[in-house]
Design a binder for this molecule. Structure first.
Ligand SMILES: Nc1nc(SCCc2ccccc2)c2[nH]cnc2n1
Length: 160
């Protein structure tokens, strides 16, 4: 895939013991689904900086960069569309601030054993449990629309 059609995105999950902070996407891409916090990486910032920025903007939460770890590398393509979404997924284990609703996201804590997968992207149950138990995942999913997965590749990796 030529580089120009690859777009960089981030998702960051905040974990505190057996619970994980998700946000309900109120508008835009992925609206109506629970997800980590994230979005496009802006020019002039690293993907990790982008993840930390989005968490602050979308949920009012601050995480120190040293407590933010890369846990998954995902690629999403959509039938009939040229762009490839390259999503860098991060996990933060320490944070400051109180989760606060924003225009984009309504934050809520979930038990890691009771994630709302029926209200999340259909690929998430294939990789999120792995990263929440300390694993690292490289995966690619080819979608028809936003609900049907036509093909997928999911592998656990030792390190990024
Ligand atoms: N969990 C998850 N997230 C995304 S998009 C995340 C990146 C993003 C993009 C645009 C706005 C905000 C956030 C997915 N796409 C297909 N499956 C998926 N699973």
């Amino acid at each position: 895939m030529s580089q120009s059609l690859r777009k960089l995105y981030t998702i960051i999950f905040v974990r505190e013991g057996t619970r994980v902070l998700l946000g309900y996407k109120k508008r835009g891409f992925g609206q109506g689904r629970w997800n980590g916090f994230g979005g496009k990486v802006e020019s002039g910032e690293t993907v990790k900086e982008g993840a930390v920025r989005e968490l602050k903007e979308e949920a009012g939460i601050d995480v120190p960069h040293q407590d933010v770890e890369k846990v998954a590398d995902l690629e999403f393509t959509f039938e009939g569309e040229k762009t490839l979404m390259h999503v860098h997924v991060f996990l933060a284990q320490a944070f400051t601030g109180t989760p606060t609703e924003s225009e984009e996201m309504r934050p809520r804590w979930f038990s890691v054993d009771e994630l709302p997968f029926s209200d999340m992207w259909p690929d998430d149950h294939m990789w999120l449990p792995v990263v929440l138990r300390g694993g690292k995942v490289r995966a690619a999913f080819h979608f028809r629309g936003h609900n049907d997965i036509l093909s997928q590749r999911v592998e656990e990796v030792d390190a990024f």
